[in-house]
Design a protein around this ligand. Structure first.
Ligand code: GLU
Length: 424
């Protein structure tokens, strides 16, 4: 058998990190050589130029991507990121993680991710609408409720999903809510979707603290990132009795050992758009936040923030990965060797978002809408089952929790590919 070509298209630190995770998992379950590269590398990618008319009359061309990693287990699924540091390699890695995540929690989806290189804060609302619509317009032939279903991610939100849904619907000639998830409720969004990722993180943190015999009412939590996921996680954990001692955004972090007033922080953010100069605690840096003494540390922003330099200095008991890919391979090894920190790996920890996206898509297909209790009950049931299967796999093979989660996710995708067969 000939050795596969190593991808040059996606080559980057973060793509190599996702590939190393895959290789370790594939080795751990002796994944047959003939299925490996087919399971590992993205199926296809679309790169688009997005000309946008600016408010001052000029035109700026943005670059956007959609990577469809796996379409063997269902239509591909995953968010779209608007961020200035987006690269094709990053989107490829994020798409790969979506495949393992959907498959781990048992959703009938493949994995995908999209991204546009843009700082959305620098665009007016009109410019953002033009960009979002143009992105969807360029992807018309490649997305759809049975093909590939975008959703929010870093830098995108419900309003952007509504514009994308509207653009697609105008193209096909009828309302097609199932083409994207994470929409506003008024246009076919689901109850509970906005809070879903944070609610899922909080639910799992609660369960793992229970396993570790650490009472949540005595737990302190530091959260890096106060966007949709970070803020909803903070609210949910605080409602469960935990004390949120630190929060942050890209402008810096706030530390308050007596507990950050979340309502005040959210109101401040609403008026100032950033946490900078928020007076609800001491100003610290994002790097310092990660090294604070706390029960639970929750990275809820970007990839690779926990690395070999700060991993030895972490002072938490539980590391809950609300972000995708926050821990580098080197940091993973350091944390494993230390043996004093439990990790809830990203593909399990933040899966609440895509689980409720699945519910939204189901409700759209059936035009039959559920109440919030039903959504949350079903979300908890899926998370509980996924957690149990990860714990079983971890015990049975003496794997780390990340390896347990990844081997389950990867194993299922590989099995589907094997059963379907390779087109001769
Ligand atoms: N962007 C989220 C994630 O990384 C949600 C994806 C979705 O709902 O499809 O899991």
């Amino acid at each position: 058998m000939s050795k596969a070509v190593v991808s040059t298209l996606y080559d980057s630190d973060v793509f190599r990190m996702a590939c190393r995770q895959f290789d370790q998992a594939a080795d751990a379950i002796n994944l047959p050589e003939e299925i490996r590269d087919r399971t590992k590398y993205p199926r296809r990618c679309i790169a688009v130029s997005l000309p946008v008319k600016r408010d001052n009359g000029s035109v700026t061309v943005f670059e956007g991507y959609r990577v469809q990693h796996n379409i063997s287990t269902g239509p591909s699924k995953g968010g779209v990121r608007f961020h200035e540091s987006v690269t094709l390699g990053e989107v490829g890695a994020l798409a790969m993680w979506m495949s393992w995540k959907c498959s781990l929690v048992g959703l009938p989806y493949g994995g995908a991710k999209g991204g546009v290189i843009v700082n959305p804060r620098e665009l007016s609302a009109t410019e953002l609408e033009h960009l979002s619509r143009r992105y969807m317009q360029e992807l018309i032939g490649f997305v759809g409720p049975q093909l590939d279903i975008p959703a929010p991610d870093v830098g995108t939100n419900e309003q952007i999903m509504a514009w994308m849904m509207d653009t697609y619907s105008n193209h096909v000639g009828y309302i097609c809510p199932g083409v994207v998830t994470g929409k506003p409720i008024a246009v076919g969004g689901s109850q509970g979707r906005r809070e879903a990722t944070g609610a899922g993180v909080a639910f799992l943190v609660g369960k793992y603290l229970e396993d570790m015999k650490l009472p949540i009412s005595k737990s302190t939590v530091a959260i890096q990132g106060f966007g949709n996921v970070g803020s909803e996680t903070a609210l949910a954990l605080s409602a469960m009795g935990a004390k949120i001692v630190a929060i942050s955004d890209y402008t810096g972090a706030i530390y308050n050992p007596a507990g950050v007033d979340l309502r005040k922080a959210l109101a401040y953010l609403q008026s100032e758009r950033v946490l900078k100069d928020f007076d609800g605690g001491d100003a610290v840096s994002n790097e310092q936040l990660l090294e604070l003494e706390c029960t639970v540390l929750i990275p809820a922003a970007l990839e690779r923030v926990i690395h070999q330099d700060n991993a030895p200095k972490l002072k938490c008991r539980l590391l809950a990965e609300a972000a995708n890919g926050p821990t580098t391979n080197a940091a993973d090894r350091i944390i494993e060797d230390r043996g004093d920190i439990e990790i809830i790996p990203d593909v399990l920890c933040n899966s609440g978002g895509v689980i409720v996206s699945y519910f939204e898509w189901l409700q759209n297909q059936q035009s039959f809408y559920w109440d919030r209790d039903e959504v949350i009950r079903k979300l908890h049931a899926i998370l509980e089952k996924a957690k149990e299967s990860v714990e079983y796999q971890k015990r049975k093979f003496k794997f780390s929790r990340r390896l347990a989660a990844l081997t389950l996710g990867i194993g299922r995708v590989a099995e589907a590919k094997q059963k379907r067969g390779l087109f001769p």
